[in-house]
Write a protein that binds this ligand. Structure first.
Ligand code: AMP
Ligand code: MN
Ligand code: MN
Ligand code: MN
Length: 289
């Protein structure tokens, strides 16, 4: 298959291996049904689903790029870095991601303790009930439990009331360092992309620092069209990509048919003046027979 800017590429989504609700194979089928031509599964801090996703994509006749969304602490905030087209058997990357996930269980217990103080009991066990992979326990799993237990009517409300900075279930956490995450991706043969840059709430100065340091560490791309951006934000980050000479990526950030407002593959095209990250990764794309 020839890749160009019009390729329906969806290079950001989550399965039960992290905080999505669908198995990799079911996601592959859904992506195909929605017209995706080039797909990447990008679970948080975990590449244990890559072989399954790759095989499922090829079975569906879809091209595949390996993917992962790495949680990084930068300027006291969490930044997500999407790695694409790396060797998913690379030991340094496997070990680095395992260390990144390492603190999730303790953090989850502290989150549950914070929630217990405001009268929400059993949140750790409740959240665990939703996790396919216990090492991957995340705020999303807590949010699903709090909705189920009737504390809130939907997941965004849980985040607003309980799981964001200053709220009872929020626990400060140290994730991977930007330079480490970028080294793992680069040395495994992949390209690093800044995920949904509009979501961090950085000042212009902080954002400039993020992009500059990211490029200094060998980062090459930025998500422009994502389910996490408004149309205006996509325009803004198209300009940013051009300003910094970055490749552009596109991905729904799909987690669940019930929770996600952007479905797999149902995104606007990248603005034509940009260079898509998937063209730079052509040699790393797994093509169906
Ligand atoms: P964690 O890695 O445990 O901090 O959880 C982060 C995940 O929570 C993200 O990947 C999103 O899936 C989800 N999330 C973050 N903020 C919100 C929000 N405001 N509403 C719904 N989901 C969110
Ligand atoms: Mn998530
Ligand atoms: Mn993210
Ligand atoms: Mn994501």
């Amino acid at each position: 298959m020839k890749l160009d800017i019009c390729t329906n590429a969806d290079l950001h989504c989550h399965s039960t291996v992290s905080d999505g609700t669908m198995e990799p194979e079911a996601l592959a089928a859904r992506a195909k049904a929605n017209g995706v031509e080039l797909w990447a599964l990008t679970d948080h801090d975990e590449i244990g689903g890559q072989q399954r996703a790759l095989e499922a994509a090829l079975d569906q006749g879809m091209a595949y790029l390996t993917g992962c969304e790495i949680s990084v602490t930068f300027a006291g905030k969490v930044v997500h870095i999407v790695g694409l087209g790396f060797d998913h058997r690379n030991q340094q990357m496997i070990d680095g991601l395992r260390a990144t996930r390492g603190g999730r269980e303790l953090r989850a217990r502290e989150m549950a303790a914070g929630l217990a103080q405001v009268g929400i009991k059993g949140a750790y066990e409740g959240a665990l009930h939703y996790v396919g992979n216990p090492e991957a326990i995340s705020r999303t799993h807590f949010a699903r439990f709090l909705v189920e237990a009737g504390h809130c009517s939907d997941v965004p409300e849980v985040f607003r009331r309980y799981l964001t900075e200053g709220k009872p279930g929020f626990v400060e956490h140290k994730w991977a360092r930007l330079g480490d995450a970028l080294r793992w991706i680069r040395e495994a043969g992949g390209i690093a992309v800044i995920a949904h840059p509009a979501r961090y709430g950085f000042t212009p100065t902080e954002e400039y620092a993020l992009f500059t340091e990211f490029i200094g560490h060998g980062g090459r791309g930025v998500e422009v069209v994502t389910g996490s951006h408004t149309a205006a934000e996509a325009v803004k980050y198209a300009d940013t990509a051009l300003e910094f000479g970055l490749l552009a990526s596109r991905g729904s950030d799909f987690h669940s048919p019930e929770e996600s407002h952007t479905d797999l593959g149902r995104l606007p095209a990248l603005p034509g003046r940009l260079e898509p990250v998937w063209q730079a990764l052509e040699a790393r794309v797994h093509q169906p027979a």
